[in-house]
Ligand binder design. Sequence first.
Ligand code: SF4
Ligand code: SF4
Length: 177
Amino acid sequence: MAEKTKKIIKTLKIDVNKCNGCRACEVICSAFHAEPKYSSNNPARSRIRIIRDPFRDIFVPVYAGEYTPAECAGRDKYMIDGKEYDECSFCRASCPSRPEFKEPDSGLPLKCDMCEGEDEPLCVKWCLVDALTYEEREEEVDEQEEQEEMEVSLEALANKYGLQKMMETFARMAQKD
Ligand code: SF4
Ligand code: SF4
């Protein structure tokens, strides 16, 4: 039987009726994740994106989830309370079918890390209308290994360029050092 272990479940609650589409969350997220921290900001690099269409009163924050190497066999398209949303609008994946949740220059996947190291996610702190709220709880789960962020990035590169080409590039880089 698998070992049990404690896990902290982090939840971000999103109230779409409160979101006004100001995009402060995108600004602070990209600034926090700049290298070095706060040296620049670029909402295209944010791990939260707002589906935003003021003429149709649509403001929906969506958080970057996992990287996926392949798109789904079919796409979803929602109609909610008379509002029609674009294909795959609510999906959190960094997926080959679209530019969201990828570094604009390299195409590497972006994933929300809940602002690791901070007591509260910065997008939650910066949302002045409380459209975003943060909760934590503890759960007992089977032991599982989480794939490290770097591993996911390397997998994405291997899928894009092939393992052989990556190995050759690393070998070249090592020689230069
Ligand atoms: S900061 Fe809050 S109100 Fe502004 S876009 Fe983000 S979620 Fe919406
Ligand atoms: S929790 Fe942190 S990493 Fe995730 S979207 Fe908000 S600011 Fe970005």
